[in-house]
Design a protein around this ligand. Structure first.
Ligand code: NAD
Ligand code: UGA
Length: 432
């Protein structure tokens, strides 16, 4: 059992803290957001994450998990300090490490001899060295602490499962003893462990996210091409996915990739490539094509309402960046809804998890409490996230309340045969 401080109590920090406590460690999680900390200390999880509330409750009850606002005190009592603070894209696309720097300044003078600072936030190549120097500059005694990269690969909505049953654990450290100590924290987890140098560990994280973004972009491009040539992307992806070199996961077309990570990590990797003079053409093309995908959805919606969005009534189902989360950060769905509002459409949206905050973020967006209310007098139903609930609605009732029974299903979640039998005009994404 080790004593661990986790700095940052967001999707990654709260999950890391609760899971490490579940694995038997003594964990203190610190965040500057006092409201968030009060809620977590009372067992209320501020984000939608399956199983997280149960693990937080179990950790609190066992006395192995606590939530505080004082990151210095938490770090001063810890053998390991996990940095789980945001690293958003700055103005140039480069990762903004100001939160990491602020934490280093705050915790450095308090680190115990032998403490290991673990970079779990996504940070560009060179960040282990940068954190080591920032700690030294802020008063940590050189040679008495270690720094390692241990990037996180969890997906929102499945964070706890991904943390406890990961595809792999990656640890990057110059000192093999430091890497071994980090590895031992995870000894209860059965997964391949990749131990490497800091730069390679940091690059693994960016390369993985850039690959996933490229894969989604590729699928979206093939879907668009399928529409032009009369092929059906659903069958094409099944046929491709059987190839074991390709695999069938992460091959669903949609309105473009979004969320708090893929967009910012592709931008940050592009920035690094440009800075060192490496070829960034492919990454730039991925970003461009992904942006075009959002516009493509708006253009198709416009065509389906008769060529004029101004005054058209559009029902939107789904506002978060994907199903299973309440996260609206860089959500293609929210962005598309906003573009429709800006074009003069009357947009009534329903989302099972992120609706209330969406209404605040996009003035003019009418967020309603049910999928049927969203469809009232609508000229088009636009499906933007792949919530399973959408499949099982009463489409007879949907048909009744709409002014024009037309559906644009960017995620291919609805059953085209059922909808056509009910006399909807159905447009999928890349479908025949
Ligand atoms: P988040 O915004 O949900 O949470 C970050 C938390 O850090 C917030 O609660 C914020 O109040 C807190 N914070 C900010 N500055 C602080 C400071 N100086 N001291 C203490 N707390 C501070 O972010 P997240 O989604 O958990 O992402 C965190 C990092 O993990 C990012 O680098 C991200 O790229 C990476 N990551 C995220 C995911 C994901 O699915 N969200 C997955 C893998 C990696
Ligand atoms: C992603 C990665 O999958 C995680 O491994 C990584 O840890 C995380 O980013 C991160 O670094 O933060 P996440 O942001 O939760 O996880 O979302 P994904 O499930 O990867 O989806 C990203 C975007 O791609 C979403 O907008 C989603 O709708 C879209 N997508 C995904 C598709 O359009 N089609 C697919 O087949 C898969």
């Amino acid at each position: 059992m080790s004593t661990v401080a986790v700095i940052g109590a967001g999707y990654v920090g709260a999950t890391t803290a609760a899971c490490l406590a579940w694995l038997g460690h003594d964990v203190t999680c610190a965040d500057i957001d006092a409201t968030r900390i009060d809620r977590l200390a009372a067992g209320q999880v501020p984000v939608l994450e399956e199983h997280l509330a149960d693990l937080v409750a179990a950790g609190l009850a066992a006395g192995r998990l606590r939530f505080v606002t004082d990151s210095a005190a938490a770090s001063g009592a810890a053998d390991f300090v996990f940095l789980c603070v945001p690293t958003p894209a700055g103005a140039t696309g480069a990762a903004d490490l100001s939160a990491v720097d602020a934490v280093c300044r705050r915790i450095a003078p308090h680190l115990r001899p032998g403490a290991v600072v673990v970079n779990k936030s996504t940070m560009p190549v060179g960040s282990v060295r940068r954190v080591a120097s920032a700690l030294a500059e802020a008063g940590a005694v050189p040679g008495r602490y270690g720094v390692a990269s241990n990037p996180e690969f969890l997906c929102e909505g499945r964070a706890v499962r991904n943390f406890l049953e990961p595809d792999r654990i990656v640890i990057g450290a110059d000192d093999p003893a430091v890497a071994e100590r980090v590895r031992r924290l995870y000894r209860e987890i059965d997964a391949p462990v990749v131990v490497t140098d800091p730069e390679s560990a940091e690059m693994i994280k960016y390369a993985a996210n850039a690959y996933l973004a490229t894969r989604v972009t590729f699928v979206n491009s093939i879907a668009a091409l399928c529409e032009q040539v009369g092929a059906d992307v659903a069958d094409v992806m099944v046929g491709m996915g059987h190839d074991r070199r390709i695999g069938s996961r992460f091959l669903a077309p949609g309105p473009g990739y979004g969320g708090s990570c893929l967009p910012k990590d592709v931008a940050a990797l592009t920035h690094v490539a440009e800075r060192v003079g490496a070829d960034a053409d492919m990454l730039r093309a991925v970003m461009r094509t992904n942006e075009r995908q959002r516009r493509r959805v708006v253009e198709t919606a416009k065509r389906l309402v008769g060529g004029r969005l101004d005054g058209a009534v559009v029902a939107v189902w789904g506002l978060t960046f994907k199903a299973g989360t309440d996260d609206l950060r860089d959500s293609p769905a929210l962005d598309i809804a906003e573009r429709l509002v800006d074009a003069g459409a009357i947009v009534r949206a329903y989302d099972p998890a992120g609706g209330a905050r969406a209404a605040v973020l996009v003035p003019g967006l009418d967020v309603v409490a049910s999928p049927y209310l969203a469809c009232k007098e609508a000229d088009l139903l636009l499906v933007l996230t792949e919530w399973d609930d959408f499949r099982h609605l009463d489409f007879g009732r949907v048909h009744q309340v709409m002014a024009v029974p037309a559906v644009l299903d960017t995620r291919n979640v609805l059953d085209p045969d059922l909808l056509r039998a009910l006399r909807f005009s159905y447009t999928g994404n890349g479908r025949r």
